[in-house]
Design a protein around this ligand. Structure first.
Ligand SMILES: Cc1cc2nc3c(=O)[nH]c(=O)nc-3n(C[C@H](O)[C@H](O)[C@H](O)COP(=O)(O)OP(=O)(O)OC[C@H]3O[C@@H](n4cnc5c(N)ncnc54)[C@H](O)[C@@H]3O)c2cc1C
Length: 552
């Protein structure tokens, strides 16, 4: 939505499409609390300090130009949203309130309230988007491919979910902001529609990916008891805010054994927390459901009620009494650090094709700081929109015959009704992929597991997709939507497994049990692209990286 607004205010005519209702799908609306911006409202701060923390967390692999763009651009976007009626929480002196989140050296994170920061941002953006006469919204249209002609992006193809009819859009620039890929893991914090389609679409259009092996696992994802009405991400802000204690199955606090656990571990970055929890479980010191305990039992009811407000009622409705019981938590797939490689103009390696938000890789390196993803979506969205509008102002809307897009349209027509009533459903194959990725390419990896995963994913991509049963129904054909999710999800999963197999070390969110050390010679980025239908990967040396940056 920010990309659409920025392009529209720069004079471009914009079509904004989403396979859900525009502005109501995806992770942004679910984001709970933290949004990092060096406003300096709670204590002295600067974009330079924010950048230093971001690069530190990225374990040597950040594209520092992108990280700088994120940290420098965030305060402006927060102020702009304030003008659009996002009601940032305030201190008593009337200034915006800022809190410290893990890995940040300063009180830097703004929020609306404990649970609905993302919803408030999305509401403001929906309002702006709906009032801009240059923006045409298309809800419930699934994007399936970008159309390229002579190596340039000239439009996009998808289908209307309500009728299964193909939709063709001629456009002199295309911005992909399709979010992450965590649907391909069994346990995920994200909504069900984020299957890495942006990765598959970008690859097929000829774009390069970067750092795909780095996928963040949220350390304290809810595990047990059953909890309805709150996201699995509830516990991290609660833990930090109230001083919750992480305890293993033997009743012992354990974070101090894993290095960076000062201040009770409340400043420990996510990769280290995930590592610590996993290692406790692996050593046989886990909780009954295979995680660890998070305990608030040292707090009394009035302290909890004062800090949690109405959230305490939701816990009560779930029969969770935090004064008497600890909950079980364990890592859960949350966010992809890698993604489509972009320049600081958000342009991919295909002219006219841009990527923004979580889909764009590089700004967070091997590990993302809490609160850096929302500003990334806002800042990179704004930049992509503005740059794409500049690009289009130099060009005419491309004229092309439908035949140019035939290769992209054919799968839409050809897949509906294929093997109907026979063969496995796309949903069944997706659940196999989710289990495979969870077991073989999760927080801890080995060469053997990754090779197994890669082999099975390639088989699924080559044969499974063709064998899948897709209903012939034209009205709201969910199996058709799921087939396209699976098609791109398999590309995303393969790119991740291939990159993880090729990185012989442990760094940030990529942990190899067979290579437990971080290796100085591996402080280089890895790229993946599609060549004659096959994914290939390549590490750039430092010298090549510097030369590429100089050329850019
Ligand atoms: C539960 C949860 C809590 C979080 N909390 C925080 C937080 O407190 N702070 C923070 O900084 N970050 C947080 N994050 C991360 C952050 O929300 C995301 O990284 C960020 O919002 C991504 O924004 P985006 O615009 O790139 O993608 P999204 O907001 O995910 O939007 C992607 C959009 O693309 C659409 N789409 C996908 N595929 C297709 C297709 N084929 N065709 C058409 N449309 C498609 C989707 O429907 C969706 O609307 C959280 C994430 C989750 C899941």
């Amino acid at each position: 939505m920010f990309a659409a607004l920025a392009a529209a205010r720069a004079g471009a005519r914009v079509v904004l499409l989403d396979k859900n209702v525009v502005g109501r799908g995806g992770a942004s609306i679910m984001a709970q609390m933290t949004c990092a911006a060096a406003l300096g409202a709670a204590e002295p701060d600067s974009p330079e300090l924010h950048l230093k923390d971001t690069i530190g967390a990225g374990r040597g692999l950040c594209n520092e130009d992108l990280s700088a763009l994120l940290c420098e651009g965030s305060p402006q976007r927060i102020r702009e949203l304030e003008g659009w009626k996002v009601n940032w929480a305030r201190q008593e002196n009337g200034k915006i309130n800022q809190v410290k989140a893990p890995g940040h050296g300063r009180k830097r994170c703004v929020y609306v309230d404990f649970l609905s920061t993302g919803a408030a941002i999305c509401a403001a953006l929906r309002n702006k988007v709906s009032r801009h006469s240059n923006i045409r919204r298309l809800s419930n249209v699934t994007l399936t491919d970008v159309v390229t002609h002579h190596g340039e992006s000239v439009g996009a193809v998808g289908f209307d979910v309500a009728t299964s009819m193909p939709v063709l859009i001629k456009a002199s620039a295309v911005i992909l902001a399709l979010g992450g890929m965590t649907k391909v893991f069994r346990r995920t914090t994200s909504p069900n529609n984020l299957a890495g389609e942006g990765i598959g679409i970008a690859l097929r259009a000829g774009a390069r990916l970067i750092d795909m092996e780095f996928l963040q696992f949220y350390p304290n994802g809810h595990l047990a008891p059953r909890m309805v009405g709150l996201d699995p991400t509830t516990w991290e802000p609660t833990r930090v805010k109230l001083g919750g204690r992480l305890v293993n199955g033997d009743g012992e606090e354990f974070l101090h054994k894993y290095g960076e656990a000062q201040e009770g571990g409340y400043s420990t970055a996510r990769d280290t927390l995930t590592y610590a929890i996993y290692k406790e479980v692996e050593a046989g010191r886990g909780s009954p459901h295979g995680g660890v305990y998070l305990s608030f039992r040292h707090l009394d009811e009035s302290a909890l009620a004062a800090a949690l407000g109405p959230v305490i009622d939701i816990f009560k409705r779930n029969n969770i009494d935090l004064t008497r019981q600890a909950v079980e938590v364990s890592p859960i797939a949350h966010y992809q650090m890698g993604g489509v490689e972009v320049t600081t103009s958000m342009e991919t390696s295909v002219p006219g094709l841009y990527a923004a938000g979580e889909l764009a890789g590089g700004a967070n390196g091997a590990n993302r700081l809490s609160g850096n993803a929302l500003p990334e979506a806002l800042v990179f969205g704004e930049r992509a929109g503005e740059q794409a509008a500049q690009f289009t102002s130099r060009k005419r809307i491309p004229e092309w015959e439908q035949a140019v897009a035939e290769e992209q349209i054919e799968p839409i027509r050809g897949t509906r009704g294929r093997n109907a009533g026979r063969g496995p459903s796309p949903a069944l194959l997706m659940s196999e992929l989710k289990e495979l990725m969870w077991r073989k390419a999760g927080p801890f990896r080995t060469a053997g597991d990754l090779a197994d995963a890669l082999e099975r994913i390639r088989t699924m991509r080559e044969y499974g997709l063709q064998a899948a049963a897709v209903s012939a129904e034209s009205i709201h054909n969910t199996t058709l939507v799921e087939w396209f999710e699976l098609r791109s999800g398999l590309y995303a999963a393969e790119a991740l497994a291939l990159s993880a197999l090729n990185r012989p070390e442990s760094r940030g969110a990529h942990q190899r049990s067979d290579f437990p050390q971080t290796r100085a010679e591996c402080e280089i980025n890895q790229r993946v692209w599609l060549e004659s239908g096959k994914l290939v990967s390549n590490f750039a040396t430092k010298a090549e990286q510097t030369a590429r940056a100089a050329r850019a």
